[in-house]
Write a protein that binds this ligand. Structure first.
Ligand SMILES: NC(=O)c1ccc[n+]([C@@H]2O[C@H](COP(=O)([O-])OP(=O)(O)OC[C@H]3O[C@@H](n4cnc5c(N)ncnc54)[C@H](OP(=O)(O)O)[C@@H]3O)[C@@H](O)[C@H]2O)c1
Length: 300
């Protein structure tokens, strides 16, 4: 088993996608009060301001310094659809300043390019992130949903590689080739949507994904391997899926608007045997499930 932990990114963070501003403020506050020290948001989630308010409230109550907290937010690069304007260098800087202002912070711990959709402007956007970092306004810069081809582009342009890549990773989407590449290049791996195999994953109206009814019925079945394994380890299925990612050295970002689940997702003090990790390796189905617009790793 690989025992590599990330160099820059804390192991556990609260995910905030699909949270309304009210939910994001409450869950940011509650999660920090509970012990979380990393919050993941994005310009496109439209809740940065609320995250900032929740964060400030908890930090004041707990007397935490800024250095005790790790905040990730993301640039929306544009280019997903025709009407989605691609940002140039200045557009990236403006967007970053907006996120910083909304969060009410004077620096960001990790700033990511949310996806590789900007195509011809990927390099320019990355140069803008380098500029922001050089000016001390971010501690770390990275990307999200970037594949090997996108990262190789940076090498071809003699540019530094990102500190982290945030990608969809769970037992049904294991991306071994990309994971090996990231490990080789010492790029931190942040897993998102770890809970896809749960029957409760994004099952409410308006929560989009490409999860099929076939996969949902596997999730609901009592024979689901994750249900069986969680019984064996005497943990919940969510805890089992999250621990799988931690065992592989990935950071995780479980999202929940339920207090009991937020607490459950933070309590992962057990380990999974190598035999069971090897078994889960056989369950990879390839491809990705989270993005309703298709797999961003396939963007050319
Ligand atoms: N970079 C990207 O493109 C990208 C894409 C997707 C996600 N992300 C980041 O990663 C975070 C996590 O991914 P995600 O939001 O897709 O999903 P997730 O954290 O894998 O799962 C969240 C879903 O599972 C449910 N859930 C959470 N904890 C549970 C538990 N203990 N038991 C049962 N159900 C539980 C939640 O419902 P309730 O809220 O009702 O509890 C929600 O429906 C996001 O919030 C976001 O910050 C990034």
């Amino acid at each position: 088993m690989i025992n590599r932990t990330n160099q820059h990114v804390p192991n556990i963070g609260l995910g905030t996608y699909n949270m309304s501003p009210e939910e994001a403020e409450k869950m940011t506050y509650e999660s920090i009060m509970y012990g979380y020290r990393h919050i993941d948001t994005a310009a496109v989630y439209r809740n940065e301001e609320a995250v900032g308010i929740g964060l400030k409230k908890a930090m004041t109550e707990l007397n935490l310094n800024r250095e005790n907290i790790f905040v990730t937010t993301k640039l929306w690069p544009g280019g997903l659809m025709k009407v989605d304007r691609v940002k140039n260098f200045e557009g990236v800087i403006k967007s970053f300043e907006k996120s910083l202002f909304k969060l009410g912070l004077d620096y960001i711990d990790l700033y990511l390019i949310h996806s590789p959709h900007a195509r011809k402007k990927r390099i320019e956007q990355w140069q803008a992130l380098i500029d922001i970092k050089e000016r001390g306004k971010v501690k770390h810069i990275g990307v999200s949903n970037w594949g090997i081809n996108h990262l190789d582009e940076l090498i071809q342009n003699n540019l530094p590689l990102p500190d982290a890549n945030q990608i969809e990773l769970h037992p049904w989407s294991q991306k071994p080739e990309l994971v090996n590449y990231l490990r080789e290049k010492h790029i931190d791996i942040i897993a998102y949507s770890s809970l896809v195999p749960l029957s409760t994953w994004r099952h409410k109206d308006g929560e989009n994904s490409k999860k099929t009814t076939e996969l949902q019925s596997i999730s609901e079945s009592q024979d689901s391997p994750f249900k069986q394994l969680s019984i064996k380890y005497n943990v919940t299925e969510a805890q089992f899926l999250l621990k799988w990612a931690l065992e592989l050295g990935y950071s995780i970002l479980p999202k929940s608007i339920e207090l009991n689940r937020m607490e459950e997702n933070y309590n992962l003090d057990f380990s999974i045997s190598e035999i069971d990790m090897d078994y889960i390796e056989t369950l990879d189905r390839g491809g990705s499930i989270t993005w309703e617009y298709g797999d961003p790793l396939e963007v050319i």
